[in-house]
Design a protein. Structure first.
Ligand code: TXA
Ligand code: MG
Length: 339
């Protein structure tokens, strides 16, 4: 199969809509990361997503909608907190886990009784969904386990030959996947941190948001978790990644005593010249949005550079930094050290 990349203009959008109606997959841009889309109502098309990504069958997908009117196509008995959050953050990088609507193909939710839904803040994605008139199931458009794609080129390098069309909508603004919050229990639970922070959610809801254990801790592959995606090693470049906590000086001393072939630093902007070893930067130390925007491209770049071992300067763990920290924990398979 030939894979083509088209800029997100009207004729490409028409072509995407036609393919999606025919049960094909299309990679689409969103403000978070690129998504690999199929109709949420077409189980056969959804099966193709799992196959193309080599995604474990028990990991459910997010359905994407273009207006609040479409929410009923994905979820039933929607709690009032969902409308409060939708009002505050949609379109935007927030996914809600809600009781599942009957019409949704079962494989979208991997057999769960709940469904994940979000309204992306990207004009091309919104135009495609609106024209389709049905929700689009779309996981990140990478091969399972590799860093999420934040450009059309990233998608091409993972899925070339496996899908017909990639719509190029530029580099993703946010750069990490959406925040996932479950509203299926008594209290809201943060299942995955992203571009909307826990603090923002709590402000809008005026109540506590519980952070799921899997956000900060490794879970066993046989453990039952609320968000199946969190049990898989994720976002990992080919290199061994070590997340290093401590001051810049201790970090540099540590790298000094661990030099070798293919050793790289993944550091904050402005720190590159404090040490002689090879490096990739991923944003200013105090700019969580820049770190989120850059992190996946930086991990992919380390592969291109043939890095063997990567020592990472650790971001903070509040606000949007929690999302960056969570992705780095997974990229390192929870290999965290303090120096
Ligand atoms: O920003 C994003 O969310 C991107 C763009 C394309 O929208 N999508 C994305 O999808 O990151 P994916 O499949 O890579 O991650 C979806 C996450 C997984 O961790 C999955 O386990 C969780 O959402 N999820 C989906 N449905 C769920 C459900 N019913 N209950 C709990 N977790 C769910
Ligand atoms: Mg993903």
């Amino acid at each position: 199969m030939d894979t083509i990349i088209l800029p997100g203009e009207a004729d490409a959008i028409d072509k995407a809509v036609k393919l999606l109606n025919e049960g094909e997959l299309v990679a689409i841009p969103t403000e978070t990361v690129y998504g690999l889309a199929a109709s949420s109502f077409d189980a056969k098309a959804v099966d193709k997503i799992f196959a193309a990504k080599m995604r474990p069958q028990d990991n459910p997908l997010i359905s994407h909608i273009a207006s609040i009117d479409m929410l009923g196509m994905v979820a039933d008995n929607v709690p009032s907190q969902a409308f409060v959050l939708a009002d505050a953050f949609w379109p935007g990088p927030l996914t809600l886990v809600l009781p599942k609507a009957k019409k949704l193909a079962d494989n979208v939710c991997a057999g769960l009784e709940s469904a994940a839904v979000r309204m992306p803040n990207h004009k091309v994605a919104l135009a495609i969904i609106k024209q389709c008139g049905f929700p689009l199931a779309a996981p990140s458009a990478n091969l399972s386990g590799s860093p999420s794609p934040t450009s059309a080129d990233h998608v091409f390098s993972d899925l070339n030959g496996k899908i017909k069309l990639i719509i190029d909508g530029g580099v993703c603004d946010v750069g990490v996947e959406s925040t996932v919050v479950s509203l299926c229990g008594e209290k809201p639970v943060l299942l995955r941190p992203g571009g909307v922070s826990k603090e923002q959610l709590q402000n809008v809801l005026s109540c506590e948001v519980i952070v799921a254990n899997a956000v900060l801790n490794a879970v066993q592959s046989n453990e039952k978790v609320q968000s199946p995606g969190m049990k898989y090693k994720h976002y990992a470049p080919k290199a061994k990644v070590v997340l290093v906590k401590g001051s810049l000086e201790s970090f540099n001393n540590f790298v000094n005593s661990n030099l070798g072939e293919g050793v790289y630093r993944l550091c904050f902007n402005g720190e590159e010249n404090t040490h002689a070893s090879s490096y990739v930067c991923y944003g200013d130390k105090n700019d969580a949005y820049a770190q989120a925007h850059n992190i996946f491209a930086a991990l992919r770049q380390l592969d291109t550079l043939n890095a063997q071992t990567v020592y990472v300067r650790c971001p903070s763990q509040d606000g949007v930094s929690l999302a960056v920290y969570n992705r780095l924990l997974r990229a390192s398979a929870f290999n965290v050290i303090e120096v």
